[in-house]
Design a protein around this ligand. Structure first.
Ligand SMILES: Cc1ncc(COP(=O)(O)O)c(C=O)c1O
Length: 434
């Protein structure tokens, strides 16, 4: 990794010029946006792609026979192919959803529906992924609520048991516990590629191997990896994966469910209606194959076009270069925070083999995260404060809230240094630790 870091090569100043929002001032200071893990900013190419589509090519896709509709359909499907290529997949393995939350819920509901069907005597061969009472779903203690609550709900619907892989003090997963937990009762292993609080890149291949040995389905939450790492989902070997457009320089309202063909073919649709059928009678409907069978209703067309522009932009920078640069920034941020008295990092370790993205969550001793965030905001610095939709993980570290700084392709060393200066002043601002 270090050699990559040394050769990290893209022009950050040129990249900054691509993001119109970076011209904004906040509380009299130039905006320092360190909240990309919550939602990323959008470069001109993404804004332009959506606007150009709406101005010049907008029509309902997969419906009309007129020229504009045919062109819009081609553009929409080209966008799917672009996003597929970005994650090493084929277009038919990419299902558009409204976000990662929707993608994860789609999987959980689809499995829930086949499970309920199986319990009522539906053909077992048609539902290889049906859960039965006592089956187990394994998640980690570090999951975003979007990759936890759908599994809680699925367990409740099917009388399955939800189990979790614990996190060590240093933020890494307890892989010994994982090996003990994942066994013959395990039917699903759902975990994040990168935690949105710890920033640690989890050992996907290791967990996939454990799950495969147990014959369990793997579901990867790739929300925080897709914007930062070169992804090859088929090579990672996961069955299903979810990610979100708005976190990877793309538009709101679009996400992706990736699935291996065999799995997508076997899972039934959740939403039904227009766009996902072949023949419909008053009593019955035949569904299109995946991915269309999961895309009922009018598609998020301009959003898909915007997301394709976003992945092209990221690919143009080079994902290895993006990751290498973020590693540099992450180390500067983490090392700097460690030196500030009264700062406690969540899941910290000096072990250089622990791979991370540019993200640090911390608490300021004696100061509530919201108050710390307010002081940073006074300096024009945007960070996330709260539990970041990961309450169990915060509880694990004995806290209810933290401050999270997260970088993007446009983040500079100087911005990190300004953040560190501002964090250094937080405790004295509140008269703490004197
Ligand atoms: C790790 C992770 N998973 C899932 C989500 C949910 O993504 P969305 O709200 O875009 O559906 C997020 C968003 O914060 C996340 O960070």
């Amino acid at each position: 990794m270090s050699s990559l870091a040394e050769t990290a090569a893209y022009d950050v100043r040129a990249v900054r010029a691509d993001f119109p929002i970076l011209g904004e001032t906040v509380n009299g200071h130039p905006l320092i946006y360190l909240d990309s893990a919550a939602t990323s900013q959008k470069p001109f190419v993404v804004l332009d792609a959506e606007r150009m589509f709406l101005e010049h090519a907008n029509a309902a896709v997969h419906r009309g026979a007129h020229t504009l509709a045919a062109e819009a359909t081609d553009t929409f499907e080209d966008a799917r192919a672009d996003v597929a290529r970005f994650v090493g997949a084929a277009p038919e393995n990419i299902v558009w959803t409204s976000g990662a939350t929707a993608a994860l819920n789609l999987v959980a509901y689809s499995i829930g529906n086949v499970s309920v069907g199986a319990a009522h005597g539906a053909d077992a061969a048609a539902s290889p992924y049906a859960l039965h009472p006592g089956d187990e779903i394994v998640v980690t203690e570090a999951e975003h609520h979007a990759n936890l609550i759908p599994w809680q709900q699925l367990a409740a619907r099917t009388s399955a048991v939800l189990r979790h892989i614990p996190v060590h003090d240093d933020g890494t997963l307890d892989l010994d516990a994982a090996a003990d937990l994942i066994g013959e009762r395990t039917r699903i292993v759902a975990f994040s590629h990168v935690s949105n609080v710890l920033g640690i890149v989890n050992p996907v291949a290791h967990l996939v191997a454990l799950a495969k040995d147990a014959g369990a389905l793997t579901v990867l939450d790739a929300c925080q990896s897709a914007p930062h790492l070169a992804l090859d989902l088929p090579a990672l070997g996961v069955d299903l994966a979810a990610f979100s457009g708005h976190k990877m320089l793309g538009p709101y309202g679009i996400g992706v469910l990736y699935g291996r063909s065999e799995v997508l073919d076997a899972l039934p649709p959740v939403l039904t209606g227009g766009s996902m059928v072949t023949t419909v009678t008053l009593d019955h409907a035949e569904f299109l194959p995946a991915p269309q069978k999961f895309e009922a209703g009018t598609q998020p067309v301009s959003q898909a076009v915007g997301l394709a522009a976003a992945v092209q932009y990221l690919a143009g920078l080079g994902m290895d270069a993006v990751h290498a640069r973020e590693r540099l920034l992450e180390r500067r941020l983490r090392d700097g925070l460690r030196e500030i008295p009264g700062i406690r990092l969540l899941g910290d370790t000096a072990d250089p083999s622990v791979e991370r993205i540019g993200l640090c969550a911390f608490e300021v001793d004696g100061v509530h995260a919201h108050d710390a965030g307010q002081v940073l905001d006074d300096h024009g610095i945007a960070v996330r404060v709260g539990h970041h939709c990961a309450q169990p993980l915060h509880r694990r570290f004995g806290m209810t809230a933290s401050v999270r700084a997260s970088t993007s392709v446009f983040t500079t060393e100087a911005e990190i240094d300004t953040l560190l200066d501002a964090v250094s002043g937080v405790r004295s601002f509140f008269g703490v630790g004197r």
